[in-house]
Write a protein that binds this ligand. Structure first.
Ligand code: PAF
Length: 289
């Protein structure tokens, strides 16, 4: 495994991998790697000749400087994990390598209007502009590649897909399925912050999504599925619902009506025992009246 810290080295290493006739699978991360990241690396290794991972905690996507300060940076453990996972190339730039006039932030920002609005973008103004800008920059430095993102952050995936399509970037975006615990809870580093009762209560998110998906699959409307999800969450004392919505999986807009056989996405977020958790699930609309 080779580790690079400058833009020029990273670009050259990826160019060299392609020159040898191979495809590059790219996994952008902010480090603090867990099994979810490992599954993205495994997906990249399965379908590409060279696996490239970046580790960069992006200040542009944090609105609270304390959150940025507190963000874990276990670089040596991350590198050990990536080496064991069979990664070929790792990019670990300093902030001044990415934002070259730091602390002055770049003048250029990418705004992906539709899918970045509401949900996780609602309470965090500029968050998805920060994500899209750094991902575009990393894509430019990496060059033509297949990029792997977790479906767990479904809104981020939709933002990246839209940006790549709208700007004609030479990147194939692959969404990888959310990893789940045996009881259905989506794997997330935030789960470690839950108390034992909070951890039990947290299963309400995936249970609500499954119930909402069943409603859609039975042919009912989006508002009916949304009420089903909301009722499930409100029955759990430790949970406060942020949103439970049925959306078009590309635009993340609310569909005016569900069309049979089309796939929709159910998005949910709730605060459980003081910890904000998100989850999502796909569902194909059924034909019942
Ligand atoms: O999902 C993340 O870890 C980050 O948002 C990403 C895509 C690496 C951009 O900083």
């Amino acid at each position: 495994m080779e580790v690079f810290s400058t833009r020029a080295e990273w670009r050259a290493a990826n160019d060299e991998a392609r020159r040898r006739g191979g495809s590059v699978g790219f996994v952008p991360t902010m480090g603090a790697l867990h099994v979810g990241h490992r599954s993205l690396v495994e997906a990249a290794r399965r379908s590409c000749d060279t696996t490239a991972v970046s580790i960069f905690v992006n200040p542009l996507q944090f609105s609270d400087p304390e959150d940025l300060e507190r963000y874990p940076r276990p670089l040596s453990a991350d590198l050990t994990m990536l080496e064991a996972a069979g990664v070929d190339l790792v990019f670990t730039p300093e902030v001044t390598e990415i934002y070259q006039r730091f602390p002055v932030m770049p003048e250029t920002r990418i705004t992906v209007a539709g899918p970045a609005e509401g949900f996780e973008g609602g309470g965090r103004p500029g968050h998805f502009d920060g994500v899209a800008t750094v991902v575009a920059l990393l894509f430019n430095l990496t060059g033509p590649a297949t990029a792997f993102f977790g479906e767990k952050d479904f809104q981020q995936l939709a933002v990246v897909r839209t940006m790549v399509a709208d700007l004609g970037m030479a990147i194939d975006v692959v969404g990888c399925p959310t990893l789940r615990e045996d009881d259905g809870l989506a794997v997330s580093s935030r789960n470690a912050r839950l108390s034992a009762p909070g951890r039990r209560a947290a299963t309400v998110l995936s249970a609500s999504l499954r119930a909402g998906a069943a409603v859609i699959e039975a042919g009912a409307s989006a508002p009916e599925a949304e009420s089903t999800m909301a009722e499930r969450v409100s029955a759990v004392e430790a949970a406060t619902l942020s949103y439970a919505c049925v959306v078009d999986p590309t635009t993340l807009r609310a569909p005016s009506e569900l069309i049979a056989s089309q796939t929709y996405r159910l998005l949910i977020a709730a605060v459980i025992d003081g910890v904000r958790l998100i989850d999502n699930m796909g569902a194909v609309a059924g034909t019942a009246p």
